[in-house]
Design a protein around this ligand. Structure first.
Ligand code: PBG
Ligand code: ZN
Length: 323
């Protein structure tokens, strides 16, 4: 029985009716706000390519986290940006390093906020790669050892969840083992499992000072055309002990997210990355789109595709408008 008996418009007639048949809703509990932490005091430095995003010193990031918690956003993910960088990324696992101090300060002053940490070496290495350089490549196995040590140091500083974003093979298993051996068997691992070598990370690299000094990340991050391979990556990370999986970036990879939702029962995160955020703001500044609506539409598409958690730079801004 089709038209004229069936009329899809009947249930779209008013906002109340639309609300009653709405299949997906963004909720504050879905949101995770990425935060950049730099050295110094009283620092609140705008990131030029990401309107509304700042780099904060430890004291300022605490202030920001209080506002984030007051807005009802349950979680943040920290990216430490140290002043000193070297070949092995010594700052990454340094007790008293920038990320470790930020974790301690936030957990002591905003204890209920779930503090996640991005675990990678690229913010800490002078060459900007996510692992250690041997010859002309990023070495997998020696990088894994450094990354596991970094995850442990974050857990020791009080991180609630560690999130490796390096894309080395075997790093989840190495982290799980090292964490367990040191009494952190309760610390979950959110793996950036399907992370693609994307053009959309541009603004982030300005904020995190993590642009590779030579080459690119294609030999470790995934090749954008690959779909089956993303499922393999995610399956492997689950076998290695990941508690939750991430797809990144978000909008260009919603098919991957939908695949993952069908395939796995674990919590799924999607990262609406810096370039995705910047594009919406850039177009809105030119008056070409309604930025607020475009942002909400992007985020609900991520939820609809199957994400439980959405990492977004807009988390604090939109939380006020949500249930
Ligand atoms: C570090 C890392 C990156 C992002 C998150 N963690 C950059 C990269 O891999 O080059 C990107 C986040 C964003 O663009 O918002 N490995
Ligand atoms: Zn990295």
């Amino acid at each position: 029985m089709t038209f004229p008996r069936t009329r899809m418009r009947r249930l779209r007639r008013t906002e109340a009716l639309r609300g009653m048949v709405r299949e997906n809703r963004l909720h504050r509990d879905d949101l995770i706000l990425p935060l950049f932490v730099v050295e110094g005091e009283g620092v609140r430095q705008p990131v030029s390519s990401m309107p509304g995003v700042h780099r904060f010193s430890v004291d300022q990031v605490v202030t920001e986290c209080k506002e984030v918690a007051d807005a009802g956003v349950p979680s943040v993910i920290l990216f430490g940006v140290p002043d000193e960088k070297d070949a092995r990324g010594s700052g990454a696992d340094a007790a008293g390093g920038i990320t470790q101090r930020a974790i301690e300060a936030i957990k002591s002053q905003v204890p209920d906020l779930v503090v996640m940490t991005d675990v990678c070496l690229c913010e800490y290495t002078d060459h900007g790669h996510c692992g250690l350089i041997e010859g002309d490549t990023v070495s997998n196995d020696s990088s894994v050892a450094r990354l596991a040590a970094t995850a442990l140091s974050h857990a020791q500083a009080g991180a609630d969840i560690v999130a490796p974003s390096d894309m080395m093979d075997g790093r989840v298993a190495a982290m799980r083992t090292l964490l367990d051996d040191h009494g952190f068997e309760e610390t979950p691992i959110l793996s950036y499992a399907a992370k693609f070598a994307s053009a959309y990370y541009g603004p982030f690299r300005e904020a995190a000072e993590s642009t590779p000094a030579f080459g690119d990340r294609r030999a470790y991050q995934m090749d954008p055309p690959n779909r089956r391979e993303a499922l393999r990556e995610m399956r492997l990370d689950l076998e290695e002990g990941a508690d939750a999986l991430m797809v990144k970036p978000a909008l260009p990879y919603l098919d991957i997210l939908a695949d993952a939702r069908r395939e796995f029962d674990v919590p799924l995160a999607a990262y609406h990355v810096s370039g995705e955020y910047a594009m919406i703001h850039a177009a809105a500044e030119r008056g070409w789109i309604d930025g607020e609506r475009a942002m909400e539409e992007a985020l609900i598409s991520i939820k609809r595709a199957g994400a439980d958690w959405i990492l977004t730079y807009a988390a604090k801004d939109i939380a006020g408008k949500l249930a």
